[in-house]
Design a protein around this ligand. Structure first.
Ligand code: HEM
Ligand SMILES: *[C@@H]1O[C@H](CO)[C@@H](O)[C@H](O)[C@H]1NC(C)=O
Ligand SMILES: *[C@@H]1O[C@H](CO)[C@@H](O)[C@H](O)[C@H]1NC(C)=O
Ligand SMILES: *[C@@H]1O[C@H](CO)[C@@H](O)[C@H](O)[C@H]1NC(C)=O
Ligand SMILES: *[C@@H]1O[C@H](CO)[C@@H](O)[C@H](O)[C@H]1NC(C)=O
Ligand SMILES: *[C@@H]1O[C@H](CO)[C@@H](O)[C@H](O)[C@H]1NC(C)=O
Ligand SMILES: *[C@@H]1O[C@H](CO)[C@@H](O)[C@H](O)[C@H]1NC(C)=O
Ligand SMILES: *[C@@H]1O[C@H](CO)[C@@H](O)[C@H](O)[C@H]1NC(C)=O
Length: 321
Protein backbone atom coordinates (compact mmCIF):
# COMPACT_ATOMS: atom_id res chain seq x y z
CA UNK A 1 0.00 0.00 0.00
CA UNK A 2 2.84 2.36 0.78
CA UNK A 3 4.27 1.71 -2.66
CA UNK A 4 0.91 2.55 -4.14
CA UNK A 5 0.79 5.84 -2.27
CA UNK A 6 4.30 6.70 -3.38
CA UNK A 7 3.65 5.86 -7.02
CA UNK A 8 0.44 7.82 -6.99
CA UNK A 9 2.20 10.88 -5.62
CA UNK A 10 5.09 10.76 -8.04
CA UNK A 11 2.82 10.37 -11.03
CA UNK A 12 0.10 12.84 -10.36
CA UNK A 13 0.93 15.32 -7.67
CA UNK A 14 3.69 17.50 -9.01
CA UNK A 15 1.04 19.74 -10.53
CA UNK A 16 -0.20 20.72 -7.07
CA UNK A 17 3.07 22.36 -6.18
CA UNK A 18 2.97 24.86 -9.01
CA UNK A 19 6.62 24.32 -9.89
CA UNK A 20 7.81 26.53 -7.01
CA UNK A 21 9.18 23.76 -4.86
CA UNK A 22 10.88 20.62 -6.10
CA UNK A 23 11.66 17.16 -4.76
CA UNK A 24 15.21 17.43 -6.09
CA UNK A 25 16.01 20.93 -4.87
CA UNK A 26 19.13 19.89 -2.88
CA UNK A 27 20.27 17.21 -5.33
CA UNK A 28 23.56 18.93 -6.10
CA UNK A 29 23.94 21.13 -3.01
CA UNK A 30 23.09 18.70 -0.21
CA UNK A 31 22.27 15.28 -1.65
CA UNK A 32 22.07 13.55 1.74
CA UNK A 33 19.72 16.06 3.31
CA UNK A 34 16.82 13.66 3.73
CA UNK A 35 19.06 10.93 5.09
CA UNK A 36 20.56 13.27 7.67
CA UNK A 37 17.20 14.62 8.83
CA UNK A 38 15.86 11.06 8.98
CA UNK A 39 18.78 9.93 11.15
CA UNK A 40 18.31 12.78 13.64
CA UNK A 41 14.53 12.30 13.83
CA UNK A 42 15.05 8.57 14.35
CA UNK A 43 17.44 9.26 17.24
CA UNK A 44 14.89 11.54 18.88
CA UNK A 45 12.04 9.10 18.18
CA UNK A 46 13.93 6.20 19.74
CA UNK A 47 14.36 8.35 22.86
CA UNK A 48 10.71 9.46 22.95
CA UNK A 49 8.00 8.39 20.49
CA UNK A 50 5.93 11.53 21.19
CA UNK A 51 8.54 13.67 19.42
CA UNK A 52 7.04 12.48 16.10
CA UNK A 53 3.76 14.17 17.00
CA UNK A 54 5.51 17.29 18.21
CA UNK A 55 7.56 17.67 15.02
CA UNK A 56 4.53 17.08 12.79
CA UNK A 57 2.62 19.78 14.68
CA UNK A 58 5.55 22.24 14.37
CA UNK A 59 5.36 22.06 10.58
CA UNK A 60 1.59 22.74 10.70
CA UNK A 61 1.97 25.69 13.09
CA UNK A 62 4.77 27.06 10.92
CA UNK A 63 2.83 26.85 7.65
CA UNK A 64 -0.35 28.53 8.93
CA UNK A 65 1.50 31.72 9.90
CA UNK A 66 3.03 33.72 7.04
CA UNK A 67 3.49 30.47 5.13
CA UNK A 68 6.00 27.65 5.68
CA UNK A 69 8.94 29.92 6.46
CA UNK A 70 10.39 28.60 9.71
CA UNK A 71 8.97 31.62 11.55
CA UNK A 72 7.77 29.50 14.48
CA UNK A 73 11.37 28.60 15.26
CA UNK A 74 12.47 32.19 15.99
CA UNK A 75 13.19 32.86 19.66
CA UNK A 76 12.08 35.99 21.48
CA UNK A 77 9.15 37.02 23.60
CA UNK A 78 7.41 38.71 20.68
CA UNK A 79 7.74 35.54 18.60
CA UNK A 80 5.20 32.93 17.63
CA UNK A 81 6.35 30.60 20.41
CA UNK A 82 4.54 32.88 22.84
CA UNK A 83 1.27 33.01 20.92
CA UNK A 84 -1.68 31.44 22.71
CA UNK A 85 -1.85 28.22 20.61
CA UNK A 86 1.91 27.64 21.05
CA UNK A 87 2.94 28.75 24.52
CA UNK A 88 3.70 25.87 26.91
CA UNK A 89 2.56 23.59 24.14
CA UNK A 90 4.68 23.33 20.98
CA UNK A 91 7.87 21.34 21.44
CA UNK A 92 10.70 19.76 19.49
CA UNK A 93 12.93 22.82 19.08
CA UNK A 94 16.00 21.01 20.43
CA UNK A 95 15.57 18.31 17.80
CA UNK A 96 15.35 20.95 15.07
CA UNK A 97 18.59 22.44 16.43
CA UNK A 98 20.26 19.02 16.30
CA UNK A 99 19.11 18.52 12.69
CA UNK A 100 20.33 21.98 11.72
CA UNK A 101 23.73 21.39 13.32
CA UNK A 102 24.10 18.06 11.54
CA UNK A 103 23.23 19.68 8.21
CA UNK A 104 25.49 22.69 8.74
CA UNK A 105 28.46 20.40 9.26
CA UNK A 106 27.86 18.66 5.92
CA UNK A 107 26.44 21.42 3.69
CA UNK A 108 26.77 24.73 5.45
CA UNK A 109 24.30 27.52 4.69
CA UNK A 110 22.27 25.44 2.26
CA UNK A 111 19.18 23.86 3.86
CA UNK A 112 16.46 26.13 5.22
CA UNK A 113 14.85 25.64 8.62
CA UNK A 114 11.46 25.68 6.91
CA UNK A 115 12.52 22.69 4.78
CA UNK A 116 13.88 20.93 7.88
CA UNK A 117 10.39 21.10 9.39
CA UNK A 118 8.81 19.68 6.22
CA UNK A 119 11.28 16.76 6.04
CA UNK A 120 11.10 16.09 9.79
CA UNK A 121 7.30 15.91 9.61
CA UNK A 122 7.51 13.34 6.84
CA UNK A 123 9.91 11.09 8.72
CA UNK A 124 7.91 11.51 11.93
CA UNK A 125 4.86 10.10 10.16
CA UNK A 126 7.01 7.35 8.61
CA UNK A 127 8.38 6.20 11.99
CA UNK A 128 4.86 6.24 13.47
CA UNK A 129 3.65 3.85 10.77
CA UNK A 130 1.89 6.33 8.49
CA UNK A 131 2.05 7.03 4.76
CA UNK A 132 5.11 8.15 2.84
CA UNK A 133 5.25 11.07 0.46
CA UNK A 134 7.89 12.91 -1.54
CA UNK A 135 8.73 16.16 0.19
CA UNK A 136 8.83 19.22 -2.03
CA UNK A 137 11.75 21.47 -1.09
CA UNK A 138 13.27 24.87 -1.74
CA UNK A 139 11.55 26.98 0.91
CA UNK A 140 13.62 29.81 2.35
CA UNK A 141 13.44 31.15 5.87
CA UNK A 142 11.47 34.21 6.86
CA UNK A 143 12.99 37.07 8.78
CA UNK A 144 9.96 37.97 10.90
CA UNK A 145 7.84 36.10 13.38
CA UNK A 146 4.16 37.04 13.58
CA UNK A 147 2.62 36.47 16.99
CA UNK A 148 -0.64 38.13 15.99
CA UNK A 149 -0.73 35.93 12.92
CA UNK A 150 -0.26 32.84 15.09
CA UNK A 151 -3.08 33.94 17.38
CA UNK A 152 -5.39 34.72 14.47
CA UNK A 153 -4.61 31.96 11.98
CA UNK A 154 -4.16 28.83 14.06
CA UNK A 155 -7.38 27.00 14.83
CA UNK A 156 -8.49 26.65 18.45
CA UNK A 157 -9.91 23.44 19.93
CA UNK A 158 -12.92 25.45 21.14
CA UNK A 159 -13.97 26.71 17.72
CA UNK A 160 -16.99 25.61 15.73
CA UNK A 161 -16.65 23.45 12.63
CA UNK A 162 -17.46 26.43 10.43
CA UNK A 163 -14.71 28.52 12.06
CA UNK A 164 -12.17 25.72 11.60
CA UNK A 165 -13.13 25.19 7.97
CA UNK A 166 -12.79 28.95 7.40
CA UNK A 167 -9.26 29.02 8.86
CA UNK A 168 -8.17 26.22 6.53
CA UNK A 169 -9.89 27.89 3.60
CA UNK A 170 -7.82 31.04 4.14
CA UNK A 171 -4.74 28.85 3.63
CA UNK A 172 -6.12 27.29 0.45
CA UNK A 173 -7.07 24.04 2.19
CA UNK A 174 -10.52 22.56 1.70
CA UNK A 175 -12.90 20.39 3.72
CA UNK A 176 -11.11 17.20 2.65
CA UNK A 177 -7.83 18.66 3.89
CA UNK A 178 -9.45 19.62 7.22
CA UNK A 179 -10.50 16.03 7.82
CA UNK A 180 -7.36 14.31 6.53
CA UNK A 181 -4.96 16.64 8.35
CA UNK A 182 -6.94 16.42 11.59
CA UNK A 183 -6.06 12.73 11.41
CA UNK A 184 -2.63 13.82 12.67
CA UNK A 185 -4.36 13.58 16.05
CA UNK A 186 -3.94 9.82 15.72
CA UNK A 187 -0.64 10.47 17.52
CA UNK A 188 0.40 12.80 20.33
CA UNK A 189 -1.11 14.32 23.45
CA UNK A 190 -3.31 17.18 24.62
CA UNK A 191 -3.33 19.00 27.95
CA UNK A 192 -6.47 19.04 30.11
CA UNK A 193 -6.76 22.78 29.48
CA UNK A 194 -7.51 22.10 25.82
CA UNK A 195 -10.56 19.89 26.42
CA UNK A 196 -11.69 20.26 30.06
CA UNK A 197 -14.34 22.89 29.18
CA UNK A 198 -16.16 19.98 27.49
CA UNK A 199 -16.23 17.97 30.70
CA UNK A 200 -18.14 20.35 33.00
CA UNK A 201 -20.79 22.99 32.31
CA UNK A 202 -20.08 22.93 28.57
CA UNK A 203 -20.91 26.33 27.01
CA UNK A 204 -22.83 27.27 30.16
CA UNK A 205 -25.27 24.41 29.65
CA UNK A 206 -24.79 23.07 33.18
CA UNK A 207 -23.80 19.69 31.70
CA UNK A 208 -20.85 18.09 29.85
CA UNK A 209 -20.63 18.14 26.07
CA UNK A 210 -23.36 15.66 25.07
CA UNK A 211 -21.25 14.38 22.17
CA UNK A 212 -18.71 12.77 24.55
CA UNK A 213 -19.25 9.00 24.83
CA UNK A 214 -20.66 8.00 28.22
CA UNK A 215 -17.76 5.65 28.93
CA UNK A 216 -15.12 8.23 27.94
CA UNK A 217 -16.55 11.06 30.08
CA UNK A 218 -15.65 9.62 33.51
CA UNK A 219 -12.17 8.69 32.28
CA UNK A 220 -11.48 12.27 31.21
CA UNK A 221 -13.15 13.80 34.28
CA UNK A 222 -10.98 11.60 36.48
CA UNK A 223 -7.85 12.66 34.58
CA UNK A 224 -8.84 16.35 34.62
CA UNK A 225 -10.81 17.20 37.79
CA UNK A 226 -12.22 20.73 38.08
CA UNK A 227 -9.53 22.99 39.53
CA UNK A 228 -6.92 20.30 38.91
CA UNK A 229 -3.61 20.46 37.07
CA UNK A 230 -4.39 21.87 33.62
CA UNK A 231 -1.14 20.53 32.14
CA UNK A 232 -1.86 16.85 32.66
CA UNK A 233 -1.81 15.01 29.32
CA UNK A 234 -4.34 12.78 27.62
CA UNK A 235 -3.40 10.85 24.49
CA UNK A 236 -5.33 12.21 21.50
CA UNK A 237 -5.96 8.61 20.38
CA UNK A 238 -6.06 6.59 23.61
CA UNK A 239 -6.30 3.23 21.88
CA UNK A 240 -3.27 3.35 19.61
CA UNK A 241 -1.47 6.37 21.00
CA UNK A 242 1.75 6.36 19.00
CA UNK A 243 0.58 4.51 15.88
CA UNK A 244 -0.26 6.57 12.85
CA UNK A 245 -3.44 4.71 11.83
CA UNK A 246 -7.10 5.49 11.06
CA UNK A 247 -8.31 4.75 14.61
CA UNK A 248 -8.85 8.49 15.15
CA UNK A 249 -11.81 8.38 12.77
CA UNK A 250 -13.33 5.36 14.50
CA UNK A 251 -12.99 7.28 17.75
CA UNK A 252 -14.96 10.19 16.27
CA UNK A 253 -17.74 7.85 15.18
CA UNK A 254 -17.88 6.55 18.76
CA UNK A 255 -17.95 9.96 20.48
CA UNK A 256 -14.34 9.50 21.54
CA UNK A 257 -12.67 12.52 20.02
CA UNK A 258 -10.65 14.26 22.74
CA UNK A 259 -10.78 17.85 21.50
CA UNK A 260 -14.03 19.63 20.69
CA UNK A 261 -12.48 20.43 17.30
CA UNK A 262 -12.02 16.71 16.69
CA UNK A 263 -15.53 15.61 17.62
CA UNK A 264 -17.27 18.36 15.60
CA UNK A 265 -15.93 16.77 12.40
CA UNK A 266 -18.44 13.99 13.01
CA UNK A 267 -21.01 15.46 15.40
CA UNK A 268 -21.64 19.08 14.44
CA UNK A 269 -24.98 19.65 12.71
CA UNK A 270 -23.21 21.14 9.69
CA UNK A 271 -20.84 18.14 9.49
CA UNK A 272 -23.50 16.03 7.80
CA UNK A 273 -22.96 17.83 4.51
CA UNK A 274 -19.25 18.60 4.92
CA UNK A 275 -16.85 16.56 7.06
CA UNK A 276 -18.88 13.64 8.43
CA UNK A 277 -18.96 11.60 5.20
CA UNK A 278 -15.18 11.99 4.92
CA UNK A 279 -14.71 10.82 8.52
CA UNK A 280 -16.80 7.77 7.65
CA UNK A 281 -14.73 7.04 4.56
CA UNK A 282 -11.42 7.23 6.43
CA UNK A 283 -12.75 5.13 9.31
CA UNK A 284 -13.33 2.27 6.90
CA UNK A 285 -10.34 2.80 4.62
CA UNK A 286 -6.79 3.28 5.81
CA UNK A 287 -5.80 3.48 2.15
CA UNK A 288 -8.09 6.45 1.51
CA UNK A 289 -6.90 8.21 4.66
CA UNK A 290 -3.21 7.65 3.94
CA UNK A 291 -3.53 8.75 0.32
CA UNK A 292 -5.41 11.93 1.20
CA UNK A 293 -3.20 12.71 4.20
CA UNK A 294 -0.13 12.60 1.96
CA UNK A 295 -1.81 14.84 -0.62
CA UNK A 296 -2.90 17.30 2.06
CA UNK A 297 0.53 17.42 3.69
CA UNK A 298 2.05 18.39 0.35
CA UNK A 299 -0.64 21.07 -0.07
CA UNK A 300 -0.05 22.37 3.45
CA UNK A 301 3.70 22.39 2.84
CA UNK A 302 3.17 24.61 -0.17
CA UNK A 303 1.48 27.45 1.72
CA UNK A 304 3.16 30.71 0.60
CA UNK A 305 6.76 29.52 0.55
CA UNK A 306 9.56 32.04 0.18
CA UNK A 307 11.58 31.02 -2.88
CA UNK A 308 14.31 32.33 -5.16
CA UNK A 309 16.12 35.15 -3.39
CA UNK A 310 13.34 35.97 -0.90
CA UNK A 311 14.15 35.46 2.77
CA UNK A 312 17.37 33.70 3.73
CA UNK A 313 18.89 30.40 4.84
CA UNK A 314 19.25 30.77 8.57
CA UNK A 315 22.48 29.50 10.12
CA UNK A 316 20.68 29.03 13.44
CA UNK A 317 16.98 28.27 13.24
CA UNK A 318 16.28 30.33 16.36
CA UNK A 319 17.63 33.65 15.06
CA UNK A 320 17.65 35.68 11.87
CA UNK A 321 21.14 35.86 10.29
C1 HEM B 1 -8.18 21.23 12.90
C2 HEM B 1 -7.73 22.09 13.75
C3 HEM B 1 -6.78 21.74 14.85
C4 HEM B 1 -6.88 22.11 16.14
C5 HEM B 1 -7.97 22.97 16.76
C6 HEM B 1 -5.77 21.52 16.85
C7 HEM B 1 -5.52 21.69 18.19
C8 HEM B 1 -4.60 20.97 18.91
C9 HEM B 1 -4.44 21.03 20.34
C10 HEM B 1 -5.25 21.93 21.27
C11 HEM B 1 -3.48 20.15 20.68
C12 HEM B 1 -2.97 19.87 22.09
C13 HEM B 1 -1.89 20.86 22.47
C14 HEM B 1 -1.54 20.86 23.93
O1 HEM B 1 -2.35 20.41 24.74
O2 HEM B 1 -0.43 21.30 24.28
C15 HEM B 1 -3.00 19.54 19.48
C16 HEM B 1 -2.01 18.60 19.41
C17 HEM B 1 -1.51 18.10 18.23
N1 HEM B 1 -1.85 18.51 16.96
FE1 HEM B 1 -3.45 19.60 16.47
N2 HEM B 1 -5.01 20.81 15.98
C18 HEM B 1 -5.57 20.92 14.73
C19 HEM B 1 -5.07 20.40 13.56
C20 HEM B 1 -3.85 19.75 13.46
C21 HEM B 1 -3.15 19.49 12.22
C22 HEM B 1 -3.61 19.96 10.86
C23 HEM B 1 -2.01 18.82 12.55
C24 HEM B 1 -0.91 18.32 11.65
C25 HEM B 1 -1.07 18.00 10.39
C26 HEM B 1 -2.02 18.64 13.99
C27 HEM B 1 -1.10 17.94 14.70
C28 HEM B 1 -1.11 17.80 16.08
C29 HEM B 1 -0.29 16.84 16.79
C30 HEM B 1 0.59 15.80 16.14
C31 HEM B 1 -0.53 17.05 18.15
C32 HEM B 1 0.17 16.36 19.33
C33 HEM B 1 1.44 17.14 19.65
C34 HEM B 1 2.28 16.58 20.76
O3 HEM B 1 1.96 15.56 21.36
O4 HEM B 1 3.33 17.22 21.04
N3 HEM B 1 -3.12 19.25 14.50
N4 HEM B 1 -3.69 20.06 18.41
C1 LIG C 1 26.08 10.74 1.48
O1 LIG C 1 26.11 9.72 2.44
C2 LIG C 1 26.84 8.56 2.03
C3 LIG C 1 26.78 7.54 3.15
O2 LIG C 1 25.49 7.45 3.65
C4 LIG C 1 28.29 8.93 1.77
O3 LIG C 1 28.97 7.79 1.27
C5 LIG C 1 28.36 10.04 0.75
O4 LIG C 1 29.70 10.46 0.63
C6 LIG C 1 27.50 11.20 1.18
N1 LIG C 1 27.50 12.19 0.11
C7 LIG C 1 27.79 13.46 0.32
C8 LIG C 1 27.82 14.35 -0.89
O5 LIG C 1 28.00 13.91 1.43
C1 LIG D 1 14.67 12.35 25.52
O1 LIG D 1 13.31 12.62 25.79
C2 LIG D 1 13.08 13.38 26.97
C3 LIG D 1 11.58 13.52 27.14
O2 LIG D 1 10.99 12.26 27.29
C4 LIG D 1 13.73 14.73 26.83
O3 LIG D 1 13.54 15.49 28.01
C5 LIG D 1 15.22 14.56 26.56
O4 LIG D 1 15.79 15.82 26.30
C6 LIG D 1 15.43 13.65 25.36
N1 LIG D 1 16.85 13.38 25.22
C7 LIG D 1 17.45 13.36 24.05
C8 LIG D 1 18.89 13.07 24.05
O5 LIG D 1 16.87 13.61 23.01
C1 LIG E 1 0.70 38.78 10.55
O1 LIG E 1 -0.40 37.94 10.28
C2 LIG E 1 -1.59 38.66 10.00
C3 LIG E 1 -2.68 37.62 9.81
O2 LIG E 1 -3.28 37.35 11.02
C4 LIG E 1 -1.41 39.50 8.76
O3 LIG E 1 -2.58 40.24 8.53
C5 LIG E 1 -0.24 40.44 8.96
O4 LIG E 1 0.01 41.13 7.76
C6 LIG E 1 1.01 39.67 9.35
N1 LIG E 1 2.07 40.61 9.69
C7 LIG E 1 3.29 40.49 9.20
C8 LIG E 1 4.28 41.48 9.69
O5 LIG E 1 3.60 39.62 8.41
C1 LIG F 1 -10.03 19.35 -2.02
O1 LIG F 1 -8.93 19.54 -2.87
C2 LIG F 1 -8.46 18.38 -3.53
C3 LIG F 1 -7.30 18.77 -4.42
O2 LIG F 1 -6.31 19.35 -3.69
C4 LIG F 1 -9.56 17.75 -4.36
O3 LIG F 1 -9.12 16.54 -4.91
C5 LIG F 1 -10.77 17.49 -3.48
O4 LIG F 1 -11.84 17.01 -4.26
C6 LIG F 1 -11.20 18.75 -2.78
N1 LIG F 1 -12.27 18.42 -1.84
C7 LIG F 1 -13.35 19.17 -1.70
C8 LIG F 1 -14.35 18.71 -0.70
O5 LIG F 1 -13.52 20.18 -2.35
C1 LIG G 1 -22.66 27.12 34.09
O1 LIG G 1 -22.21 28.29 33.42
C2 LIG G 1 -23.20 29.29 33.39
C3 LIG G 1 -22.71 30.40 32.48
O2 LIG G 1 -21.37 30.65 32.69
C4 LIG G 1 -23.51 29.75 34.80
O3 LIG G 1 -24.47 30.76 34.79
C5 LIG G 1 -24.01 28.56 35.60
O4 LIG G 1 -24.18 28.93 36.96
C6 LIG G 1 -23.03 27.40 35.54
N1 LIG G 1 -23.65 26.22 36.12
C7 LIG G 1 -23.03 25.43 36.97
C8 LIG G 1 -23.76 24.24 37.43
O5 LIG G 1 -21.89 25.66 37.35
C1 LIG H 1 1.07 19.27 36.39
O1 LIG H 1 1.20 18.21 35.47
C2 LIG H 1 2.37 18.29 34.66
C3 LIG H 1 2.28 17.20 33.61
O2 LIG H 1 2.02 15.96 34.19
C4 LIG H 1 3.61 18.18 35.54
O3 LIG H 1 4.77 18.28 34.78
C5 LIG H 1 3.57 19.29 36.57
O4 LIG H 1 4.65 19.13 37.47
C6 LIG H 1 2.26 19.28 37.33
N1 LIG H 1 2.18 20.47 38.17
C7 LIG H 1 1.81 20.42 39.44
C8 LIG H 1 1.76 21.72 40.16
O5 LIG H 1 1.52 19.38 39.99
C1 LIG I 1 -9.82 0.24 22.43
O1 LIG I 1 -10.90 -0.13 21.61
C2 LIG I 1 -11.64 -1.23 22.04
C3 LIG I 1 -12.72 -1.54 21.04
O2 LIG I 1 -12.49 -0.94 19.82
C4 LIG I 1 -12.24 -0.94 23.40
O3 LIG I 1 -12.92 -2.07 23.86
C5 LIG I 1 -11.14 -0.58 24.37
O4 LIG I 1 -11.70 -0.16 25.58
C6 LIG I 1 -10.29 0.54 23.83
N1 LIG I 1 -9.18 0.79 24.70
C7 LIG I 1 -8.88 1.98 25.18
C8 LIG I 1 -7.66 2.08 26.04
O5 LIG I 1 -9.53 2.97 24.93
Amino acid sequence: MKMFVLAFLILSLSALVKAQLSTTFYLSTCPNVSKIVRREVLKAFQNETRIAASLLRLHFHDCFVNGCDGSILLDGSSGEKFAFPNINSVRGFEVVDAIKNALESVCSGVVSCADILAIAARHSVEFSGGPLWRVFLGRRDGTVANQTGANNNLPSPFETLDQIIAKFDVQGLNVTDVVSLSGAHTIGFAQCSTFSPRLYNFSGSGAPDPTIASDLLPVLQNLCPQGGNASVLSPLDPNTTSNFDNQYYNNLRNGKGILGSDQVLFSAASAATTTKPIVETYSTSTTAFFKNFAVSMIKMGNISPLTGSAGQIRANCRVVN
